[in-house]
Design a protein. Structure first.
Length: 411
């Protein structure tokens, strides 16, 4: 232990003699550690943001949308025909054991007015199960009920973006807004969800009872009054989503009288899988950024080896003198190895501070979420120490195995 302390003291003294050179040598390690911490923080922040967005869309969520059909040999686009109905939703809820809840929905653009303020947004007609499927909660007020749906009540629930643009900071619950010349009483405001993984503002919406939306705002389909624009389906568990999709597909094909070999007139989308792929991409990006930043550490290690070789050359006579008076090979090796590790460790400590600062600056100025975990900091610091050991070993070994006589003769 005393020998190690003595080696550290000698190493620090040697580094202080050439402070500028030591500082420039550490610069590579400093930049490398800072880059690793900052880049991993950026990648982790992106992953966390996508995870939050995935959670915001709802749990175990499956979307069923109208599909394309063929007419006289011409394939119409997706959603060209209203092939889904409220009866389909009831059938799925009743007959598919892997399904926990189903919400039929219609939607369309509207202009909503309150006093002298107005706002263009999307109105969506749904049922009360919307709150369960989307894992939604109320910021103020209460969501409408099944009785409101049955009575086609003129009640509305606002997203936070709509509420902010119409009412500012005041509570809109109980106020009356005008949608397509129809007065609606605001039942409450949804708790904010932020952007979806596809970049849409999930709070820029007005929710209405589906019956009200059809009869008084968006209008019902003349060919089929029970048609809807989509079905939101919640599987009983994440593991049951594939089973739920199979059950729904079979049931809808049967209800829509689709013969074997014919294409579905609907599309089923597992949103969790779609957005999980985005999460995987973000994680890969995080690893890639960390790997690229790690190259800076290797470059810094090469700089340490280069400077240590120069130091061995400059101190050849000193090494020869120490060997001549009885210093062992391991004493010389440990001295130079400690110097290399000291350079990398000091550079690592400064790099940690610089990396944490860079992460905060990126979050502040770029408005990009960053998350620096203690594990990432510890790994960056450990890697910097290992770089010092790895790249310092060759110069230390070269110094330790110098011939004392040749070393004393060196000019």
């Amino acid at each position: 232990m005393n020998q190690l302390v003595s080696s550290v003291r000698i190493a620090l003294r040697a580094l202080r003699v050439n402070r500028a050179r030591s500082a420039l040598t550490m610069l590579g390690i400093i930049i490398g550690v800072a880059a690793v911490i900052a880049m991993v923080g950026v990648g982790a922040g992106a992953t966390a943001r996508i995870q939050q967005q995935i959670q915001s869309i709802g749990s175990n969520l499956i979307m069923v949308l109208p599909g394309s059909i063929s007419s006289n040999g011409v394939r119409l686009g997706s959603g060209a025909v209203a092939s889904l109905t409220e009866d389909d939703a009831k059938a799925i809820s009743a007959e598919c054991s892997s399904v926990a809840a189903v919400v039929p929905a219609v939607r369309g653009g509207v202009q909503v007015v309150y006093g002298s303020n107005n706002w263009a947004t999307t109105a969506q007609g749904v049922t009360p199960d919307y709150m369960t499927i989307r894992d939604a909660s109320m910021l103020t007020g209460e969501f409408f009920t099944d009785e409101d749906v049955a009575a086609a009540a003129k009640t509305a629930v606002l997203g936070e973006t709509v509420a902010q643009n119409l009412f500012g900071d005041s509570d809109p619950a109980g106020q009356v807004v005008i949608i397509k010349n129809v007065p609606f009483t605001v039942a409450g405001v949804l708790a904010p969800k932020g952007q979806s993984p596809s970049g849409q503002d999930q709070d820029d919406i007005i929710l209405l009872p589906i019956s009200t939306a059809k009869q008084k705002v968006l209008g019902a389909n003349k060919a089929n009054a029970k048609s809807v624009s989509s079905l939101m389906v919640q599987a009983v568990t994440p593991q049951a989503m594939d089973q739920a999709i199979q059950e729904m597909t079979g049931l809808l094909r049967e209800r829509h009288r689709i013969l074997p070999g014919q294409d579905d007139d609907f599309t089923v989308r597992n949103l969790t899988e779609v957005f999980a792929a985005q999460e995987t991409s973000a994680q890969v990006m995080s690893i890639l950024l960390g790997a690229i930043a790690s190259v800076s550490l290797i470059v810094g290690g090469i700089g340490i080896m280069n400077i240590m070789l120069v130091s061995v050359t400059e101190r050849t006579r000193e090494i020869g003198l120490r060997l001549a008076v009885g210093a062992r090979t391991r004493d010389i090796m440990s001295q130079f190895l400690v110097e290399a590790v000291t350079l990398s460790v000091l550079g690592g400590l400064v790099g940690i501070v610089l990396g944490l600062t860079a992460s905060l600056l990126i979050a502040h100025f770029a408005q990009w979420s960053t998350q620096v975990s203690p594990l990432a900091v510890a790994l960056a610091f450990l890697f910097s120490a290992l770089v010092g050991i790895f790249f310092g070993f060759y110069p230390a070994r070269k110094a330790a195995y110098l011939d004392p006589i040749d070393a004393l003769r060196y000019e």
